[in-house]
Design a protein around this ligand. Structure first.
Ligand SMILES: *Cc1c(COP(=O)(O)O)cnc(C)c1O
Length: 380
């Protein structure tokens, strides 16, 4: 068995070998600038970016003209939320979001507050799911924007997007969904969801880091936040990284092709792993719900065992206690706290995510080493 074993696909995923193959020609011979109009290097690059835009749009059930490439989901989210809020300022200054959003959303909302917007934060239930009725109750005539993520990055729970989308549509609020975790893992259709904006990141779906996308539905206008170029409809000025766009698109294609099969496999692996872990540790608790979540995502709690100690005992297992971007002394995970867990319970929680390249043999090793480590900590 090759160590270490990577089980932190919430944080990032390895680039799929097919994706890398698709990218290489655009780093070697086809290195042109997609905005060069006077020679074939430019045309080849432009055509590749156009094709990439179609493929990324297809992953969401959208149209190529509705996709703007950015450097990642954080940028897409900031552009989407702040761009839409500012463009709709005269309609009102109220924004709704949830307590379990990624830092990128919460940070954008905090920035909007400094710009005079009022933000209402809706909670979640014990499973980590937003009640659409709470969104309904929070909607006001001056609500311009609602931000609810598609799937959470710590517990993997999926949200009732279509219901929320319908509410927003009826009330004239723009609905943004952060789909950085969900895209490529469960099927998403922007039309069915009724979202005006959706944010994506390539490195969460076996594509390269450094590129993301913002889906913008027809009729949703954004005030640009960056100025200095006409690329990406003037919303994202700067030279488009062609190889990254090609890699993102290739990753979207693989995801679309493999999604159903992969979900089935990861769910089966996960079920078996949990069954065996439960047998070894009957006190095991699952944070969130197993009912509506991304395949292969687990957030577990071993009562009486400090997660930090546990992870330190098994450095050969790449696991995490919470969001990568919140790690490093940010205090107990706000996501787990929002589920109603106490600070002590949060400190006992770890997240494990299986990915495309996870094998059953790896899971066997994780099971064995984790249970041995827990037993060691208990007897210490
Ligand atoms: C990773 C992640 C982001 C940020 O994406 P980057 O491309 O790394 O900026 C935003 N939201 C969620 C839910 C994520 O998991």
């Amino acid at each position: 068995m090759k160590l270490p074993i990577y089980m932190d696909c919430h944080a990032t995923t390895p680039v799929d070998p097919g994706v890398l193959e698709a990218m290489l020609p655009f780093l070697r011979e086809h290195f042109g600038n997609a905005a060069s109009r006077t020679h074939s290097f430019g045309w080849v690059a432009e055509e590749a970016v156009d094709r990439a835009r179609v493929q990324v749009a297809e992953l969401l059930g959208g149209e190529a003209r509705e996709v703007v490439f950015t450097c990642g989901a954080t940028e897409s989210i900031f552009l989407g939320l702040c761009g839409a809020a500012r463009a709709r300022r005269e309609h009102g200054a109220h924004v709704i979001t949830t307590a379990i959003e990624h830092k990128a959303v919460l940070g954008s909302c905090a920035w909007l507050e400094t710009q005079g917007f009022e933000v209402t934060t809706v909670g979640v239930d014990r499973r980590g799911i937003v009640d659409p009725d709470e969104i309904r109750a929070a909607l006001r005539p001056d609500t311009v924007l609602v931000a609810v993520m598609a799937a959470n990055n710590e517990i993997g729970t999926l949200q009732p997007l279509a219901e929320i989308g319908a509410l927003c549509r009826a009330r004239g609020a723009v609905f943004h969904s952060d789909a950085a975790q969900a895209a490529g893992k469960v099927s998403l259709d922007v039309g069915e969801i009724g979202c005006g904006l959706m944010s994506l990141s390539a490195h969460k779906l076996y594509g390269p880091a450094g590129i993301g996308a913002l889906f913008i539905a027809p009729g949703v206008t954004l005030a640009p936040l960056l100025h200095g170029g006409a690329q990406e409809r003037g919303l994202r000025p700067g030279t488009v990284p062609v190889a990254l766009a090609v890699g993102f698109a290739a990753a979207a294609e693989v995801a679309r092709r493999e999604m159903a099969r992969e979900a089935q496999r990861l769910t089966a692996y996960c079920d078996r792993f949990l069954r065996r872990l439960r047998r070894a540790r009957p006190d095991l608790k699952v944070n969130g719900t197993l009912e509506a979540r991304l395949p292969g995502y687990l957030n577990l709690r071993f009562p009486g065992i400090q997660a930090e100690d546990l992870l330190a005992t098994v450095p050969e297992l790449m696991l995490a206690t919470g969001a990568a971007c919140a790690s490093g002394g940010a205090g107990p995970s706000p996501v787990l706290r929002a589920l109603g867990l106490s600070a002590e319970e949060v400190a006992e929680s770890i997240r494990i995510s299986l990915g495309r390249f996870t094998t059953e043999a790896e899971l066997d090793v994780v099971l064995e080493r984790l249970t041995a480590a827990i037993a060691r900590l208990e007897s210490a």
